[in-house]
Design a protein around this ligand. Structure first.
Ligand code: ZN
Length: 150
C-alpha cells in the first residue's frame, strides 16, 4: 500500500488513518481554511482556536487518502498548544523533509512527523502529505480563498 515506508511508520500512518485524532467541527474556532489536492482528490477543512499567539485547539474535517488523513491527524496532535511561529516553522521543516527526504539540520527531532520522511520518493504523494500543512499555513495567515496544491 505504501511501498518504501518503513514498517513502523506505515503502522503509525495506518493507525491515524483508521482512527483520526481531532476530527470534526470546532465550535468557536477563530481561524479556518480549506484545502484541496486535485491530484488525489483529498479535501481538508481546518478549524483552529488561536489565542495569545498560541494554538489552543484545532480540528479537521474532510475526506482523503490514507496519507492525507494521517498527515492531518498527526499534525493536529503535534500542533495543539504550540505558538503560531512554532507551527509555521514546523511547516517549513515538514515541507522540506517531505520534498527532499532530508531531516531538518540542526533542528529538534520531528517526532511523529518523521513518519513522512520517506514520502519524497513518491512525488505524487508529497501533496497528500503536505495538504493539511498548506491549509494550516493559510488559516494562520488569514487567507480566505481555498488552498489548492495545484
Ligand atoms: Zn491523497
Amino acid at each position: 500500500m505504501l511501498p518504501g515506508l518503513e514498517d513502523l511508520y506505515q503502522e503509525l500512518i495506518l493507525d491515524h488513518y483508521r482512527g483520526p485524532r481531532n476530527r470534526g467541527a470546532l465550535v468557536s474556532a477563530n481561524r479556518r481554511a480549506e484545502g484541496h489536492n486535485p491530484l488525489c482528490g483529498d479535501r481538508v477543512t481546518l478549524q483552529l482556536i488561536v489565542e495569545d499567539d498560541t494554538i489552543r485547539d484545532l480540528r479537521f474535517e474532510g475526506a482523503g487518502c490514507a496519507i492525507s488523513t494521517a498527515s492531518a491527524s498527526i499534525m493536529t496532535e503535534v500542533l495543539k498548544g504550540r505558538t503560531v511561529s512554532d507551527a509555521l516553522q514546523l511547516f517549513t521543516q515538514f515541507h522540506r523533509m517531505a520534498t527532499t527526504g532530508e531531516p531538518p539540520a540542526g533542528q529538534a527531532p520531528m517526532g511523529k512527523l518523521s513518519a513522512f520522511s520517506g514520502i519524497s520518493r513518491y512525488p505524487a504523494r508529497v501533496k497528500c502529505a503536505t495538504l493539511a500543512w498548506h491549509t494550516l499555513d493559510a488559516a494562520l495567515r488569514g487567507q480566505t480563498t481555498p488552498v489548492s496544491t495545484e
